[in-house]
Design a binder for this molecule. Structure first.
Ligand code: BTN
Length: 269
């Protein structure tokens, strides 16, 4: 499945929506594809489409993002043709308390696809980072909109560093970020990788909408080396250490502090 290319003419390696369509093994995710050379942010456009009621599973993908958004109002560096920058529109009917599980299931789906297509073994960091050899390979940005306490839509934004070399990253990111190419030494066919991720996403999302929450948290925990180990937090500019004991059924982190108290840590997007 992985295509090894002899050289790095990325211009000939454009994402091809019609090839993607033919490679897809999904029922609804990616059946409607909106592909662009350049967008400010795929999440931003996906939100606009979701407000108009676009089909569930609609995929917005761009070769480059000029204002890619990361979690906690950070920027997401999204250079042309070297990564996968995409967003999926979903309308789950689950109780909103469980929605955080969708970002966990997205990171599981990315890790599974990487493992299926390469010899790499990605690990997961709470809430939704995908790491290889301790460096960040991919991130998920979950955005939701509610009306009268009901979810209107959910956007799953996924960013994956695929064919960058280390010098393709800005200097300030080089110690923390990595790509599939850096870690595996091969160039990855992005369309094949995307098709595999969407297949996994649909399977894992189907567990989610049918209430298989445990299945998602178990899959996530299997890939998390920090589980049962020390984790550190910043609170009021102080570092606090605790033990990452477990995930609860909604995907929040349960941490035991030195006092013996167990606290539930929620994400803040
Ligand atoms: C993170 O901070 O780890 C989340 C990064 C999410 C980046 C992706 S790239 C596609 C989608 N569009 C965006 O603007 N952000 C997400």
């Amino acid at each position: 499945m992985v295509h090894i290319k002899k050289n790095r003419f990325v211009d000939t390696n454009l994402l091809d929506p019609s090839l993607l369509k033919r490679s897809l093994q999904t029922r609804f995710i990616g059946k409607n594809i909106l592909a662009f050379n350049k967008l400010a942010s795929t999440n931003k456009l996906a939100k606009r489409l979701a407000k108009k009621g676009t089909a569930e599973g609609s995929l917005v993908i761009a070769e480059q993002q000029t204002r890619g958004k990361g979690r906690l109002s950070r920027q997401w560096y999204s250079p042309p043709k070297l990564g996968l920058w995409f967003s999926i529109v979903l309308y789950p009917k689950n109780n909103y308390e469980y929605l955080g599980l969708t970002s966990l299931l997205a990171s599981v789906s990315v890790a599974e696809a990487v493992e299926e297509l390469t010899a790499l073994k990605p690990t997961l960091k709470w809430p939704n980072d995908v790491l290889v050899n301790g460096k960040k390979l991919a991130g998920i940005l979950l955005e939701t909109e509610f009306s009268h306490n009901e979810l209107t839509f959910l956007i799953l934004g996924v960013g994956i560093n695929v064919n960058q070399t280390i010098t393709d990253f800005p200097i300030q990111l080089r110690s923390q970020a990595t790509s599939l190419h850096i870690e595996s030494g091969i160039l990855i066919e992005r369309t094949a990788l995307l098709a595999q991720i969407l297949k996994n996403l649909e399977e894992n999302y189907t567990h989610f909408v049918t209430g298989g929450f445990n299945r998602i948290t178990e899959k996530w925990k299997m890939r998390c080396p920090l589980l049962k180990n020390k984790v550190s937090f910043q609170q009021n500019e102080q570092n606090i250490d605790g033990i990452f004991e477990d995930l609860n059924s909604q995907g929040s982190m349960l941490v035991r502090f030195p006092s013996g108290e167990i606290k539930c840590i929620h994400t803040s997007e």
